[in-house]
Design a protein around this ligand. Structure first.
Ligand SMILES: Cc1ncc(CN)c(N)n1
Length: 217
């Protein structure tokens, strides 16, 4: 692990290759340019809605496990966004793309989506640091690619709003605060615990790229 950095910065550095693969993926570039094929977007949204459902449950566990009221407030605020603006975005996209009810609530999951859910659920069985070790890279990667695409302002709401939701200053503040929570929580871990959170972080970064790849299958 890289010495002299916070653990969050060191893990991002150590996962540079996977990070760049995910944050500069063809998928996010086509979202930004507004050229993303509807078939690709539809598949992504159906799968990602299952991811976001499980993510929201994990955020509930983060509220439960956060040792301070500030941490609980941080994740309560995020849970509110996920269940309001973000949820509404998915519902409006499903309507505009003609996604039937079964695909919204019980889709056949891709293996990458199932791996995501397994990773989130396993992290939720650990402590606060384990939960943050998957939440942090998931949200940080989205902040990075969305910030890079934000200036492009594609015309359709299906493209523009997904970028906007992850590029607004409030989301950047949230990700920075999660990194601070993660760095504080991981100082309490022994070597095995630090290795475990590093492994979860890496698995998450790798899956983000693999998930974007899968949308083009
Ligand atoms: C796969 C994935 N990773 C992260 C995010 C951002 N919440 C998301 N919606 N989907």
């Amino acid at each position: 692990m890289t010495a002299g950095f916070s653990l969050s910065a060191a893990l991002r550095f150590d996962n540079h290759e996977g990070w760049v693969r995910a944050t500069s993926h063809r998928f996010v570039q086509e979202l930004g340019s507004g050229t993303l094929d509807d078939r690709v977007l539809r598949g992504y949204l159906v799968q990602d809605y299952a991811f976001v459902g499980t993510l929201t449950s994990l955020v509930g566990l983060a509220i439960a496990r956060a040792p301070t009221m500030a941490g609980k407030r941080l994740f309560a605020g995020f849970a509110a966004v996920l269940t309001s603006d973000e949820n509404t975005y998915f519902e409006r996209c499903f309507d505009s793309l003609g996604v039937p009810p079964a695909d919204r609530t019980a889709p056949v999951l891709w293996s990458e989506s199932q791996q995501f859910l397994d990773l989130l659920i396993a992290a939720g069985e650990g402590g606060y640091a384990d939960i943050l070790s998957v939440l942090l890279p998931a949200e940080w990667i989205y902040l990075d690619w969305a910030s890079a695409e934000a200036a492009k302002a594609p015309v359709r709401f299906e493209h523009a709003e997904w970028i906007h939701l992850h590029a607004v200053p409030a989301f950047a503040d949230f990700v920075n605060a999660v990194a601070r929570e993660f760095d504080a929580a991981t100082t309490l871990l022994d070597d095995a615990g630090r290795q475990r959170v590093a492994d979860r972080f890496r698995a998450m970064v790798e899956l983000e790229g693999a998930f974007f790849d899968a949308t083009y299958r």
